[in-house]
Design a protein around this ligand. Structure first.
Ligand code: NAP
Ligand code: GLV
Ligand code: GLV
Length: 340
């Protein structure tokens, strides 16, 4: 079923063409923000005034005020799994559907998590610089018993904070490293799944105390904000590595800097930050034992295309009066039926 007058959608950024083509069949794309940086809030406020649908990114602040400025808005299709940038509660109240892109990016993020784990443990970034900058050449030795010694992963304890889709995919990869896997999450997994993952449920404190690698996979919520602070970092092992590919604000950055300075932990691998982009003068940038990436967990060609398709699938289901496949606020269905 195609409409003669198509509902209007605005895209806050260029997404893969495949998705744009799918959306175009059903919606009138009234605009795409073409810059590399996000549309400023004031611009977004203007853009949403007359639209029926919005394709948003995690860098767009979708708050009460913005929603109030969008009287016709019926669906926000987020190009990400995390949606902490959206006031979902208020959107629900207004009968606005919010969708995200879970599942399709799980494996890509789990891979990047492991890249950070190994990168920190085996000092890959430091080593790369060592070779490229000629430091290795200067040593006049091809091999030395004490050169670039790191931390061994094999047989260690991997701690997962937030055993959801990504947490589980990270845990699955630990099998090849013959690791003990422990986890803390809001809910305990069913026994069969624990067995399959070879993962043991522990309380938060035990997770902090026993993990050699602690990897964060909780969403950012009121409850998880600064969940890792000074107190928690002090409980960790001195030779532990902290990995965050979830959201920056789950860690108290000031506390992490202190922990690294005081050597409460051995290192960190970070894909996400409280402030993004991270200013180059941020103290975190001075540590050799911190490996950083610019929030690129899902950044593979395949995954980003699949995320775009899922955004389109959500928008198309909605226009057909169907419940979008990855609806975040399921309760909204009781407030308004899907469709325009
Ligand atoms: P998910 O399947 O919802 O997993 C999140 C897990 O955290 C769930 O098991 C959840 O428990 C648990 N949790 C929620 N609040 C908690 C709390 N207060 N204490 C303990 N556990 C809690 O989500 P996902 O698909 O794995 O994604 C996780 C997060 O990764 C996203 O929210 C996003 O912020 C981040 N992410 C980052 C990138 C990147 O580029 N770096 C890419 C994708 C995603 P319940 O099952 O009870 O809800
Ligand atoms: C990326 O961070 C996402 O939430 O998809
Ligand atoms: C190192 O290259 C070794 O052969 O042990």
């Amino acid at each position: 079923m195609k409409f003669v007058v198509k509902p209007k959608v605005y895209l806050t950024r260029q997404i893969p063409q495949k998705a744009i083509d799918m959306i175009k069949e059903y919606y009138e794309i009234v605009g795409i923000w073409e810059e590399y940086y996000p549309p400023p809030y004031e611009v977004l406020i203007e853009k949403v005034k007359d639209i029926d649908a919005l394709v948003s990114l995690l860098t767009d602040k979708i708050d009460k005020n913005l929603i109030d400025n969008a009287p016709k808005l019926r669906i926000i299709a987020q190009y990400a799994v995390g949606y902490d940038n959206i006031d979902v509660e208020y959107a629900t109240k207004k009968g606005i559907y919010v969708t995200n892109t879970p599942g399709v990016l799980t494996e890509a993020v789990a891979d990047l998590t492991w890249a950070l784990i190994l990168g920190v443990a085996r000092r890959i970034v430091e080593a790369d610089e060592y070779v490229k900058k000629g430091e290795w050449w200067k040593t006049k030795t091809g091999w030395h018993p004490m050169m670039m010694l790191g931390i061994e992963i094999h047989g260690k304890t991997l701690g997962i904070l937030g055993m959801g889709r990504i947490g589980r995919a990270v845990a699955r990869r630990a099998k090849g490293f013959n690791m003990r896997v422990i986890y803390y999450s809001r809910r305990r997994l069913p026994e069969e799944l624990e067995k399959e993952l070879n993962a043991e449920y522990v309380d938060f404190e035990t997770l902090l105390k026993e993990s050699d690698i602690l990897s964060i996979h909780v969403p950012l919520t009121k409850e998880t904000y600064h969940m890792i602070g000074e107190k928690q970092l002090k409980m960790m092992k001195r030779n532990a590595i902290l990995i965050n590919t979830a959201r920056g604000a789950v860690i108290d950055t000031a506390a992490l800097i202190k922990a690294l300075e005081k050597k409460w932990i051995a290192g960190a691998g970070l894909d996400v930050f409280e402030q993004e982009p991270l200013p180059p003068d941020n103290p975190l940038t001075k540590f050799k034992n911190v490996v950083m990436a610019p929030h690129m967990g899902s950044a593979t060609h395949k995954t980003r295309t699949r995320m775009g398709e899922l955004v389109a699938e959500n928008l198309i289901a909605f226009i057909k009066g169907e419940i979008p496949p990855t609806l975040v606020n399921k309760e909204v269905v009781n407030i308004r039926k899907p469709g325009f």
